[in-house]
Design a protein around this ligand. Structure first.
Ligand SMILES: Cc1cc2nc3c(=O)[nH]c(=O)nc-3n(C[C@H](O)[C@H](O)[C@H](O)COP(=O)(O)OP(=O)(O)OC[C@H]3O[C@@H](n4cnc5c(N)ncnc54)[C@H](O)[C@@H]3O)c2cc1C
Length: 368
């Protein structure tokens, strides 16, 4: 039914919000590796080893991955100039580990990936997949981040159509999307300009002003599976191993070690700046007729495997247990925006953590 205006031929299709929270895999939760102050991308020389740290990318790890991997490659190349080596160890098989390993291979190194979780069990696999710099701090690193963002976006864009699960999509949102505005401020002209619209091009309940961005969708299950496939094809060995602490890591025979352990670095490298930020996702059936992202205090990302509804942030919550109540609430919240459900109050979660005030509402926050 149309509210306030006649449906235009250009109106985009309304999603189907049919959702069974009891179906296997319908609700997911992941924990973002958020680092207070900024992400970590630097080097140190413990016990004569050359360690590159590459972790703490919060809600932007998929997006930044290729840019950070290029920086890792530069750091290792500089080291190699004074200390020739043939091997490197990468810790972690999430997006940061897989992309870093890819670039180390490009330097001609033999690479072994050590991780206690293989790609499909990592946080990276659970990401929504919008290309944006969201839920991540970068104080004092604006210059470095510019280069990272530029390389990352360009690399993803060049991979469109090559089987990496990347596509260019519009993002329609009621409020401005901070993770995309940040990119526009950092690297003007990288993304097409934002369009401010008098109404969004949907049939139901969309007469109020909104915004149209143009960004990328990176579908983690396709992207990570492809990276893993490519790495194995190029001779990379995956070793399932859990490291207890830094001393354990330093028993590795490789001189070059790239630490991409995400939230694991909190205990592994004793990094007290790392903070778990839980996010929950409702997975609806795939709907190939939808070719847009949507944001309204939460998001809807149509992917090949599912239509994903998510955007919750629970600061300091370090568990991967999804709540059916939260997932159902998320679906109803976005469905209501399309006039497909009665408006409902957002699901509330009490989070008792001193850092809650830092980023979000202390109960439940939903970010665009
Ligand atoms: C719900 C949700 C939605 C998201 N949406 C987006 C999005 O739309 N766009 C985006 O860009 N980002 C998004 N993110 C963020 C993104 O998922 C993360 O930033 C990214 O996955 C971090 O990658 P990583 O490789 O550093 O960590 P991980 O994927 O967590 O991988 C860490 C690896 O290190 C290994 N490891 C850790 N500790 C040890 C140890 N002690 N010994 C051995 N191995 C260890 C693990 O086994 C794993 O293999 C989202 C995250 C969540 C939770």
């Amino acid at each position: 039914m149309a509210h306030g205006r006649v449906r235009a031929v250009t109106d985009l299709p309304t999603p189907s919000f049919a959702f069974d929270p009891d179906a296997p895999g319908a609700c997911l939760a992941g924990v973002r590796p958020y680092r207070m102050g900024s992400y970590r991308l630097d080097t140190e020389r413990p016990s004569g080893k050359f360690v590159v740290h590459n972790y703490g990318h919060g809600g932007a790890g998929i997006s930044m991955s290729w840019g950070c991997a290029a920086r890792v490659k530069d750091l290792v190349r500089t080291f190699l100039a004074g200390s020739p080596q043939t091997e490197a160890a990468v810790l972690g098989a999430g997006v940061m580990g897989l992309t870093a390993a890819t670039r180390l291979l490009d330097l001609g190194l033999r690479v072994t990936i050590y991780a206690d979780r293989l790609p499909r069990d990592t946080t990276s696999w659970r990401a929504g997949g919008q290309w944006a710099v969201s839920i991540m701090e970068f104080a004092g690193k604006e210059q470095e981040l510019k280069g990272i963002v530029k390389t990352a976006y360009t690399t993803f864009k060049q991979s469109i159509g090559n089987g990496y699960g990347v596509s260019e999509v519009p993002n329609f949102s009621i409020r401005r999307t901070p993770g995309l505005d940040t990119v526009m401020d950092l690297v003007p002209g990288l993304l097409p300009p934002r369009e401010d619209l008098p109404g969004l091009p949907f049939q139901n309940h969309h007469d109020q002003p909104g915004h149209k961005y143009q960004t990328l969708l990176v579908e983690p299950p396709i992207f990570l599976a492809r990276l893993e496939h490519d790495l194995r094809a190029r001779g990379v060995t995956f070793v399932t191993r859990r490291f207890a602490d830094k001393a354990d890591v330093l028993t590795l025979t490789q001189q070059i070690i790239v630490n991409c352990t995400g939230l694991g670095a909190k205990t592994l490298w004793n990094d007290s700046k790392l903070l778990a930020v839980k996010g929950q996702l409702a997975m609806l059936r795939p709907q190939p007729n939808l070719h847009y992202l949507y944001g309204r205090n939460g998001y809807l990302f149509p992917r090949a495997d599912h239509v994903v509804i998510g955007g919750t942030t629970e600061m300091g919550v370090d568990d991967e247990v999804p709540s059916k109540t939260v997932c159902t609430g998320l679906v109803r919240h976005i469905a209501a925006a399309f006039g497909e459900a009665a408006p409902v109050p957002l699901p509330k979660i009490h989070i008792d953590h001193p850092d809650n005030e830092r980023l979000v509402d202390p109960r439940l926050s939903i970010t665009d």
